[in-house]
Design a protein around this ligand. Structure first.
Ligand SMILES: *Cc1c(COP(=O)(O)O)cnc(C)c1O
Length: 393
């Protein structure tokens, strides 16, 4: 029996129990009550651990962060309300007006927008450079450059950044190296162990894995820098929801299994696509014919990932026919879901570019990016064979 509630308004105590919940509880509370002003002092001074207000932290975020910290070899990582909130928190915490950023030229679309349009309004400027070309990348560094932002695998052409050279460039110029590790996951690449200063994730993608939460993560190696990032995130209001943290934690339980299966499927599907009529080119870092295959092996080991891109011989008409003939493969702008999803950069992520700019980086109207899921591989092969055959008609 629980205590006599005495009032409908007063909150009840958790009933006494000899046994405990197998599953992580959800703590939706925005505010946390303390015993006294002295107790609150101890909390704010870091002498006791606890919570005050959910924008500053809550148990579900802490539990989730500890798991990703473990995966990334980080300490005190921060969960944010989205991947973009994590990218924003890193910049807002680490940079000030007058600083300059050198960033990869094929980053996630919104990160590019942040660098081109939003940070300049705060007096932070950026130049974009090709991270597969160490010389071009270093040439973009200026005296006022304070940070580098790269993704290991570019979107959607799946080129592999020259990470060893970029780590070296960052160190020699005394510049913070930020790595968005969303595509590679900590199983493919561990930025902090390889010499980066800050690791960023969109947990929305492979780590949570079920397309039902929007969350991010950011961790800096230096605790002082991490404290500045956390402060910025709390002030700018980039906090995550307890419900979403709880769902993401549940997603993580199966991450390794999903990741292995999706990666195996991707390698098999890439080879299958390469043998189909109507497919002009398949891009998969694990294939010998990938332009950065050797570097992929050096940077990622055997973890070539779950992303495969391909180019049809045909144009927009063929692309339309393909998605229509594959109704069970979601044509949707995301990646890392348990199910296979298809995206068409020319009409989505890269629509702001001119056709010429797209062609320069190999993105034609017949170009697709696949985020390979964990379905039965024979079913996937059959569905793609049928869709590509339809695109040839
Ligand atoms: C999706 C994505 C983001 C943004 O994450 P959201 O959770 O959608 O805000 C950032 N970087 C990369 C590489 C992504 O794929």
């Amino acid at each position: 029996m629980s205590d006599d509630p005495r009032s409908l308004v007063r909150r009840s105590q958790f009933p006494k129990s000899e046994s405990r919940s197998l599953v992580t509880p959800i703590w939706p509370s925005v505010a946390y009550a303390s015993e006294s002003p002295d107790a609150l002092d101890r909390l704010y001074e870091g002498k006791e651990s606890g919570y005050t207000y959910a924008r500053e932290g809550h148990p579900n975020a802490k539990i989730l962060a500890a798991k990703i910290d473990w995966l990334e070899g980080a300490n005190g990582g921060l969960i944010t309300g989205s991947g973009m909130a994590a990218v924003s928190a890193a910049f807002l915490g680490a940079l000030k007006a007058g600083d300059h950023v050198v960033a990869g030229d094929q980053l996630y679309g919104r990160s590019l927008r942040l660098l081109r349009h939003d940070l300049p309004r705060l007096g932070i400027t950026a130049d974009l450079a090709d991270p597969t070309d160490a010389r071009a990348f270093e040439a973009a560094i200026r005296p006022e450059t304070r940070a580098i932002l790269v993704e290991v695998v570019s979107n959607p052409t799946l080129r592999i950044a020259d990470m060893a050279a970029i780590v070296d460039i960052a160190r020699r110029h005394g510049v913070l190296l930020m790595v968005d590790n969303t595509f590679t996951t900590p199983r493919g690449f561990q930025p902090l162990a390889k010499g980066a200063d800050i690791v960023i994730h969109s947990l929305t993608k492979l780590l949570a894995g079920h397309s039902d939460v929007l969350l991010g993560y950011v961790a800096a190696r230096d605790p002082e820098l991490q404290a500045m990032i956390v402060d910025a995130a709390v002030t700018w209001g980039l906090a995550p929801s307890p419900y979403e943290c709880w769902l993401a934690e549940r997603g993580l339980y199966s991450f390794d299994l999903r990741h292995q299966r999706a990666q195996e499927n991707a390698a098999k599907l890439a080879d299958h696509l390469a043998g189909l009529d109507g497919v002009a080119k398949v891009l998969y870092p694990g294939r010998q014919d990938h332009p950065d295959h050797n570097r992929a092996r050096a940077v990622l080991g055997d973890n070539f990932g779950n992303m495969v891109s391909f180019r049809l011989n045909g144009g927009r008409e063929s692309a339309n026919a393909l998605t229509r003939a594959a109704p069970h493969i979601a044509f949707a702008p995301t990646l890392g879901d348990i199910g296979t999803t298809l995206s068409h950069p020319a009409s989505s992520s890269h629509r702001a570019l001119t056709a010429k700019q797209r062609e320069d980086i190999g993105i034609t109207e017949g170009f697709f990016r696949i985020s390979v899921g964990i379905e039965d591989i024979d079913q996937l092969k059959a569905e793609f064979a049928k869709a590509i055959e339809a695109s040839n008609r």
